[in-house]
Design a protein around this ligand. Structure first.
Ligand code: NAD
Length: 401
């Protein structure tokens, strides 16, 4: 029997799609010693621009003239960050031309109508890591650790990711006409929850509700953006746990945590070293009710495991206003009072996830941090939520919250 052992003296990468995400990936890989050979973009002008930028920074970066040339460079792995519509096409071309390819693929893995096509490459799925970055969150690892160490049994999970994107809408950005308000944050929330345990993904979606967004336009008028405002999904997980996902693009905060006000957290997290530079002195608080359109910075990203004995484990993901970005924390509450805080926790989810992806693809770790099967489930779940969404959000349902 012949055993093939791959030895990686130098880990190399070739990119497909040289847009915004490419820049973040390249920077992140450079920190872990991955050599960027070059890339291919369907837009030759954009590719030339990236080459010239790299050269100005004193780096070599080859621009491939065709997708085939780029595949034939046979790096340790390919990084695919083309527009979502083209994920399947590019992956199909890579695997057909180089069946031994290793691939990091941006999320979402593909469009709903491409799942059957992608499944034809099922035997290659172990060679693909999907970049669902929240699956590598340090905050969710800490929450999982606390739940396990204390034998806490969740009965309800709430996850909220909200921000006011009104100014973006006014400029035509972030408007999703196929997945609506669900398109941006719900995939991240599902990744976060599945990163703790896949059993928390939906068994049955019982309710999904969507609202319009009313936005102040630069001319002073108010414009309504259909199904772009806020929404929530309620489902029973595979093990019967009640889960609520809530997201808002118009600043609505549905599940505030007044116990975790900014000042209390800052005092607690940094009292050992008040000069810790990760504090940014700001009077802004963790939002409790509504984030205004004039505040494009504040995000509210939290998830909470309500357990059987009135104990609640709350993850506050970055950014926490007043504290440097990429820092989060975990709080444990009993009968709504803080009984423990863990942090500050550095949570650079994209860097963490890409690092784990490279470790897996180079054989240093056996665990695929972004397996394709889960990502396909996430696409199906998201579409189920969208197709079942009711509109508008009735007052009866608001009371039920
Ligand atoms: N993981 C995350 O948190 C995260 C965040 C943002 C975006 N994304 C995903 O990353 C992907 C890219 O997003 P972006 O913001 O960089 O977009 P972008 O539009 O800035 O860049 C995409 C690039 O791909 C190129 N392209 C399109 N089709 C191609 C093809 N067939 N072959 C080669 N090049 C092609 C485009 O010309 C463009 O330069 C999207 O799928 C998006 O959903 C993921």
């Amino acid at each position: 029997m012949v055993i093939v052992v791959k030895v990686y003296n130098e880990v190399t990468c070739v990119y497909f799609g040289l847009g915004k995400v490419f820049g973040m990936h390249k920077k992140s890989f450079s920190k872990t010693g991955v050599k960027s050979i070059g890339g291919y973009d369907i837009n030759a002008e954009k590719a030339a621009e990236k080459k010239s930028l790299a050269e100005k920074a004193g780096e070599e970066f080859k621009v491939f003239k065709s997708i085939e040339d780029a595949i034939d460079a046979k790096p340790t792995f390919y990084d695919v960050a083309v527009s979502t519509n083209s994920h399947y096409d590019v992956v199909d071309k890579i695997l057909t031309r180089n069946p031994y390819a290793s691939i990091i693929l941006e999320k979402p893995i593909c469009n709903l109508d491409q799942i059957d096509l992608l499944n034809k490459h099922k035997r290659h799925f172990p060679q693909i890591v999907v970049n669902e970055v929240y699956r590598s969150s340090e905050i969710s690892k800490k929450v999982a650790e606390i739940l396990n160490n204390h034998g806490l049994i969740p009965k309800e999970i709430i996850c909220e990711q909200s921000k006011h994107r009104g100014n973006d809408f006014a400029q035509g950005r972030f408007i999703d006409t196929s997945l609506f308000v669900w398109g941006y944050e719900v995939p991240h929330m599902l990744s976060l929850i599945s990163g703790i345990d896949k059993q928390y993904l939906p068994g049955i979606v019982t309710e999904s509700v969507i609202n319009d967004a009313s936005v102040k336009m630069p001319n002073g008028n108010t414009e309504v953006f259909g199904k772009q405002g806020s929404g929530y999904v309620r489902y029973k997980s595979k093990e019967g746990i009640e889960v609520i996902l809530s997201t808002s693009m118009d600043g609505q905060v549905t599940f505030p945590k007044p116990q975790l006000s900014n000042e209390k957290i800052r005092e607690y997290l940094f009292d050992l070293d008040p000069s810790d530079p990760r504090q940014i002195l700001s009077k802004a608080d963790i939002p409790q009710e509504h984030i205004s359109q004039d505040d494009p910075e504040t995000r509210y990203r939290m998830f909470s495991f309500n357990c059987k004995d009135s104990t609640e484990v709350v993850g506050l993901c970055e950014p926490i206003r007043g504290i440097e970005r990429f820092i989060g924390m975990v709080a444990v509450l009993k009968n709504n009072r803080i009984i423990g805080l863990e942090g500050p926790i550095d949570d650079r989810t994209m860097e963490q996830h890409l690092k784990s992806a490279v470790e897996y693809l180079t054989g240093k770790s056996k665990k695929n941090p972004g397996d394709a099967e889960t990502s396909i489930d996430l696409v199906k779940i998201l579409h189920e939520i969208v197709s079942n969404a009711e509109k508008p959000f009735s007052s009866k349902k608001q009371e039920a919250l």
